[in-house]
Write a protein that binds this ligand. Structure first.
Ligand code: 13P
Length: 256
């Protein structure tokens, strides 16, 4: 946690979820309607096909709804892409950019990720910019070098504590059940904080840094208690309302 920073617990549904899954969104929207929501923000990023219905379901709830990617331009001849403007038009308030699955499967570069974050700002949406090393990079002790490069290349100069969230997701921890130790997470998040403060000053102090990669109800309390961990970006465990709410609820004790 970081003093005076409101944590964010975010779910990334990836390419999972049909209309039948909207019941889970309904349950999450209902479940976060608690006094805790004044202190901790909750967000679900369903696939684009469910975005509009999901925001309608979350209307009277503190639950925010976001998207998983956006194109770097507002509109045009880009078959299959979705713009930040379209996400905002569906009442989405966040967009994930630069997830490792997009960096790897779609060859997205830091430069492109930065342009996507700028497109999000243009549409008044908060960008969740993902960074993280692969297993090979970690084994070669390159983690901090990789993060430095990704942060400097992927974050626009206009990034503020308001319009930007950083998600540290070690690629080797995604969907594997493996997580770094709390100690390792602490070192990496402190490094990211230093980089942010060095470049953005006071704004960098307030930017939220999420941890992502195999976050479950069983390890949430330990990971979320770490210094400079300002929430989580959750894949698999966000698909089930009970698991997502259990992770969110870990803050009841942490903030007590
Ligand atoms: P898992 O929680 O399934 O490991 O996924 C993490 C992730 O990639 C979230 O963006």
């Amino acid at each position: 946690m970081t003093p005076d920073v409101r944590p964010l617990v975010a779910g990334n549904w990836k390419m999972n979820g049909t209309r039948a899954s909207l019941d889970q969104i309904k349950a999450i929207a209902q479940g976060v309607r608690t006094p805790l929501s004044e202190k901790v923000e909750a967000l679900i990023c369903p696939p684009a096909t469910l975005l509009y219905v999901a925001t309608a379901l979350a209307t009277d709830s503190p639950l925010a709804i976001g998207a998983q990617d956006c194109h770097q331009t507002q509109s045009g001849a880009h078959t299959g892409d979705v713009s930040a403007e379209m996400i905002a038009d569906c009442y989405g308030t966040y967009v994930i950019v630069g997830h490792s699955e997009r960096r790897i499967n779609h060859a997205e570069t830091d430069h492109l990720v930065r342009a996507k974050a700028q497109a999000a700002y243009q549409a008044d949406i908060t960008a969740i910019i993902c960074v993280g090393e692969t297993a090979d990079e970690r084994d070669a002790y390159q983690t901090l070098d990789i993060l430095k490069r990704q942060l400097s290349g992927s974050l626009p100069d206009e990034a503020t504590a308001e319009n930007t969230v950083i998600a540290y997701e070690p690629v080797w921890a995604i969907g594997t059940g493996l997580t770094p130790t709390a100690q390792d997470v602490e070192i990496v998040h402190a490094f990211i904080r230093d980089e942010l403060v060095l470049r953005f000053g006071k704004e960098g102090r307030g930017m939220r840094i999420l941890y992502g990669g195999s976050v479950k109800p069983s390890n949430a309390s330990e990971l979320l208690a770490v210094d400079n961990v300002d929430g989580a970006l959750i894949g698999g465990a966000s698909l089930k309302a009970t698991d997502f709410l259990a992770i969110y609820g870990a803050y009841e004790t942490l903030l007590a």
